[in-house]
Design a protein around this ligand. Structure first.
Ligand code: ADP
Ligand code: MG
Length: 402
């Protein structure tokens, strides 16, 4: 598969019905959108198409409806927010297929936009049902996918639809994700450093293995550090250790050594007797972690060590917080690494963050602007970092010469 895909710039949208898969899976409370980040992120593609005189039909999922319509997961509040953001009316169809949707699509004039109701009100969406994909496809003449966050799922609106509707091209947001993640992995300026953390090593083994084949250096924090430390025979107190992954961690340490990847483990941590912040934490060297204590964050010595190992970096990929950053008292390690990366970015280092919690931590710290790219993808960005083919990307037309 080529990662270089045709984009909205390569199509002639004027006067055409363009079916655009967006990610409007936003939090809604009492009938109002509480965080419109994802809607805002899709605006460049929508506005571009409208300005070109296209008739834009937007489709998305929201939440996890149980196989049928339910008011709680309606996209109607999103239509209202989108009207305000676009400063123009947004038509809304109460079903994503069928006569209502067809009528609303047919009624569009050049430069007008329609939002279809939640795709997942139909179980056929996630089942990638061909008949359903065909009914969606019938609404448009061209297909644009701007929903990177669902590209790792072969659903009717992300994969099946491309069997019926071409051209099938990437929107600006999708293109940006592929450009930044793809360039970081395929042609990284070196030294190329990965920073990994988060809760579990088990969910990240494929990412670690894939990155070991590409990076010069790997910095490990978060709870997963303790599974590595256990593999080295060190004491870990009551820290989160995945006993059934200790052998795996040992093998990853060996692979790193064999590939001459410098694997950097913490030298100290913040120790506490409770994970929820109800007991205060204190920094200790790792060999002094008490048997009744757990490591809840990397310590200040480790922040300095990691900052030093990031100083010459030209490309950094970061996934997974360094500690339980949701608890303010245990967020210093994650913040410290975020600051070190922000500084690296200031020196011209390419800094890419993937993973829902890591991106949230960077944004919480108010440092989002200082990064090259914060992936909106969550699970999709992880699978991309694992080197997996994302079905929703593979299904798009390859760029000329790719
Ligand atoms: P991402 O969403 O960026 O991929 P993960 O979901 O893998 O990140 O991990 C995030 C979670 O890891 C956070 O909820 C955080 O509290 C937890 N975590 C990080 N360090 C520790 C630790 N030392 N002990 C327990 N949980 C941790
Ligand atoms: Mg997460």
């Amino acid at each position: 598969m080529s990662d270089r895909k045709r984009s909205v710039k390569d199509i002639e949208p004027a006067g055409k019905h363009i079916l655009v898969r967006v990610d409007f899976n936003v939090p809604v409370k009492d009938g109002a959108v509480t965080d419109d980040t994802r809607i805002v992120a899709a605006i460049p593609t929508i506005r571009y198409l409208l300005q070109k005189g296209a008739r834009v039909i937007l489709m998305s999922h929201l939440g996890r409806p149980k196989g049928g319509p339910d008011a709680k997961n309606s996209l109607a509040p999103v239509a209202a927010r989108l009207e305000r953001l676009l400063r123009q009316p947004v038509a809304f169809a109460a079903d994503c297929v069928g006569s209502q949707a067809e009528g609303a699509a047919r009624g569009l004039q050049d430069g007008q936009v329609l939002l279809l109701e939640n795709l997942r009100f139909h179980p056929e969406e996630e089942a990638n049902d061909a008949g359903f994909a065909g009914r969606l496809a019938a609404l448009g003449e061209l297909y644009v996918n701007d929903a990177f966050g669902t590209a790792h799922r072969a659903h009717a609106s992300t994969e099946g639809i491309t069997r019926f509707l071409r051209p099938a091209v990437a929107g600006f947001l999708m293109q940006k994700e592929l450009d930044y993640l793809g360039r970081a992995l395929d042609r990284p300026a070196r030294p190329f450093v990965a920073v990994l953390g988060g809760a579990k090593i088990s969910g990240k083994i494929d990412v670690i293995t894939a990155l070991l084949g590409k990076v010069d250096r790997l910095l490990v924090g978060g709870a997963m550090m303790f599974t590595f430390l256990r593999a080295q025979g060190k004491a870990t107190g009551r820290s989160l250790v995945e006993e059934d992954r200790v052998d795996m961690a040992r093998s990853l340490l060996e692979q790193a050594a064999a590939r001459q990847v410098e694997l950097v483990l913490p030298v100290d941590c913040v120790a506490a007797t409770a994970a929820d912040g109800s007991a205060p934490g204190h920094a200790v060297p790792l060999d002094r972690l008490g048997p009744d204590e757990m490591g809840v964050d990397i310590g200040p010595g480790t922040v300095d060590l990691f900052a030093a190992r990031l100083r010459d970096a030209k490309t950094v990929v970061w996934n997974g917080p360094m500690g339980i950053f949701e608890v303010a008292a245990f967020a210093a390690g994650t913040l410290g690494v975020a600051r070190a990366l922000a500084e690296a970015g200031g020196r011209g280092c390419v800094t890419v963050v993937g993973g829902g919690d890591s991106v949230a931590a960077v944004q919480q710290a108010g440092l989002g602007e200082k990064f090259t790219h914060l992936s909106t993808g969550g699970g999709a960005s992880l699978e991309f970092l694992e080197g997996k083919v994302l079905p929703g990307v593979a299904a798009l037309d390859d760029a000329e010469g790719a």
